[in-house]
Design a protein around this ligand. Structure first.
Ligand code: KIV
Ligand code: NA
Length: 258
């Protein structure tokens, strides 16, 4: 699984054979320039998920539900999951939380909408968690995580993202589930699948890169290098060349100069 936020990235990752595309609310950080995911709205998520759906032929597209679109009540969660499916035409929805959101998971799956859960470091709760840090290192928090995963599975979630949890706990949790698949990010290689943020994987930002991510390409260097060369070429008039240029007949040119 990989994230995407627009049609171009969707086409590229879909062609590469990815199984699932997540239109994450990491949109807020990656595309919209916010410092957290909290300001992202349903309208933002529907808009970008619809773009990704239009660029995808094969992969399963999951639309993330943003902060405060599902926490208030199971009824509101169902309403917004329904909006996402109808207006963006994606294949499943994802939202954060364990036992607290299970009634919503049950209601949404009962309506025929596949649900992906999200446990561990849940960025919409960053202020409660006290920062972006590994979750489930202590006995009580590890037990709660196992309990939350079981509850999500029982409520009908077909997959659960595990973000920033110790590898041994993620492996144990994966074995403890009977039906739901685990998808790890910073959760070791014992999960059923993995997810990365596309811009991290492609090295598209010059700044912070999380420890759990692997940079498979350095697009930041490629893009800044290409644009720098373009700027130089325009200033030196080495671009455009004849092959990039349109001509006209000499007699027409002479006629209009009279
Ligand atoms: O929003 C997102 O990109 C996510 C992934 C990191 C799992 O939720
Ligand atoms: Na997210």
């Amino acid at each position: 699984m990989i994230t995407a936020y627009d049609v171009l990235m969707a086409q590229n990752v879909d062609e590469a054979g990815i199984d699932m595309i997540l239109v994450g609310d990491s949109l807020g950080n990656v595309v919209m320039g916010y410092s957290s995911t909290l300001p992202v709205t349903m309208e933002d998520m529907i808009h970008h998920t619809a773009c990704v759906v239009r660029g995808t032929k094969h992969a399963l597209v999951v639309g993330d539900l943003p902060f405060m679109s599902y926490q208030e009540s199971p009824a509101k969660a169902l309403y917004n999951a329904g909006r996402m499916m109808k207006e963006a035409q994606c294949d499943a929805v994802k939202f954060e939380g364990g036992e607290a959101v299970c009634e919503a998971v049950h209601k949404i799956t009962a309506a025929g909408i596949p649900v992906v859960g999200h446990l561990g470091l849940t960025p919409q709760s960053v202020h409660q968690l006290g920062g972006f840090r590994v979750q489930g290192k202590e006995e009580d928090t590890a037990r709660q995580l196992l309990q939350d995963a079981k509850a999500l599975e029982d409520a009908g979630a077909f997959a659960i993202v595990l973000e920033c949890v110790p590898a041994d706990l993620a492996t144990l949790l994966t074995h403890s589930l009977k039906k739901a698949a685990t998808i790890g990010i910073g959760a070791g290689n014992g999960c059923d699948g993995q997810v990365l943020v596309c811009t991290d994987l492609l090295g598209m930002s010059g700044g912070f890169r999380p420890k759990f991510s692997k940079t498979y390409a350095d697009l930041h260097t490629m893009i800044t290098g290409a644009v720098r060369t373009y700027v130089e070429d325009v200033k030196n008039r080495t671009f455009p060349k004849k092959e990039h240029t349109f001509s006209m007949a000499d007699d027409v040119l002479q006629a209009i100069q009279k």
